[in-house]
Design a binder for this molecule. Structure first.
Ligand code: ASP
Length: 361
């Protein structure tokens, strides 16, 4: 377990809240004065390793680096790389990090970026690890809120859709729980509720939340509505997905029930959970949000490469060689060479990779 000293961004909580604020403030400046930053990353290389599909995250990171004058390498189809020959994340990260200055990685398994960070020779940025976390989407979301609502505090935020598998929801909830007087309304079916471990974090931060299965009832009190797609790729069967899809749809009629200054955000892609007719409503900010994503990633790259971010230690737990994480989607159950690392929290062991609590001997 070496190389933990880089400012890896695996979970936004790896960085202090003051760093989130600096990164979003810098992004606002870059958006206003883009010329100043041309060439700021000249001679630097970013690797983007995408083991799972992406449009916005991958391209906005690449555009960010190109706009800063840096270069990019990487893959978006692991089958064209040595992954197809059976290479582990550990080995891929070791090699690619020796060719680059920053590695941005998306993977379908939870905890994969943290596993990569354990051997990486440069900072790793988690661009989404399965249904777990998506910290750079959260930076995008914080920037959008800051720029469009003028605050990150005192907000009533509704989260609607697949709150169980939506990694953007998990990361944003953890982040908004760190700001004063926010409260949350979780709008989902019984099957797709926010995981308990995230609710515990929200509660521990002293924030209130309610759970409801009806968007019409929730919408009038919201300052921001965060719509999400039902995450088809995380379901174990097509039947289960069929039961969940198209339960929630934001349309013009529901928008009439909302406050005049409520904003609608969505990490995108949209499937059918927002009617296209809502796009013209000035409160629909999801396309603008995607554009903020590029500026915040420019800011993040600059901060990781040139600032002294006071990142928390990558690993706080210790090795338990005989304990296995029970989450079948956890990277530790797929890369057998990884050390089994757990944190102890009130007598419960939590997996360092996926935050899963259910462990067995
Ligand atoms: N683009 C987001 C993600 O990668 C949201 C989604 O895919 O639904 O998690």
């Amino acid at each position: 377990m070496s190389n933990c000293s880089f400012p890896h961004l695996i979970d936004l909580n790896n960085y202090p809240v003051s760093a989130w604020d600096r990164i979003t403030d810098l992004a606002i400046d870059i958006k206003r004065n883009p010329r100043i930053y041309i060439g700021a990353c000249s001679g630097r290389i970013m690797a983007t390793l995408f083991y799972e599909p992406s449009t916005r995250t991958q391209m906005s990171f690449q555009a960010a680096m190109l706009r800063l004058g840096g270069g990019i390498i990487g893959f978006d189809n692991p089958n064209n790389s040595s992954v197809a020959k059976g290479e582990s994340i550990k080995d891929t990260a070791k090699i690619v990090s020796s060719y680059s200055d920053i590695v941005v990685m998306r993977h379908f398994l939870e905890g994969a970026s943290k596993a990569a960070a354990l051997t990486s020779d440069c900072p790793i940025v988690n661009a989404g690890d399965g249904g777990h976390l998506h910290p750079t989407q959260t930076l995008t979301d914080l920037l959008t809120l800051k720029a469009e609502k003028g605050t990150l505090s005192g907000l009533t935020v509704g989260f609607c859709g697949d709150l169980k598998n939506g990694r953007t929801v998990h990361s944003l909830l953890k982040a908004l729980s760190c700001y004063e007087n926010n409260k949350f309304v979780f709008i989902s079916t019984e099957e797709l509720k926010v995981p308990d471990y995230i609710k515990d974090i929200v509660r521990a931060a002293g924030k209130r939340y309610s759970e409801i299965n009806n968007l019409e009832d929730a919408i009038p009190e919201l300052d921001m509505l965060y719509m999400t797609r039902i995450q088809q790729e995380r379901f174990s069967s097509a039947e289960e997905y069929q039961k969940q899809k198209h339960v929630f749809c934001l349309d013009e009629k529901k928008m009439q029930l909302a406050k005049k200054d409520m904003i609608v955000m969505h990490p995108l892609p949209r499937v059918d959970e927002i009617a296209v007719s809502v796009d013209g409503d000035p409160r629909a900010l999801y396309f603008k949000q995607a554009n903020y994503g590029m500026y915040v990633r420019m800011s993040l790259v600059l901060s990781v490469l040139y600032e002294n971010i006071d990142a928390k230690p990558l690993i706080v737990g210790r090795e338990y060689p005989n304990v296995c994480c029970r989450n079948p989607k956890c990277i530790s159950n797929h890369e057998t060479s990884l050390p089994h690392i757990f944190r102890e929290n009130n007598g419960v062991l939590e997996c360092e990779y996926c935050d899963g609590r259910q462990i067995s001997n």
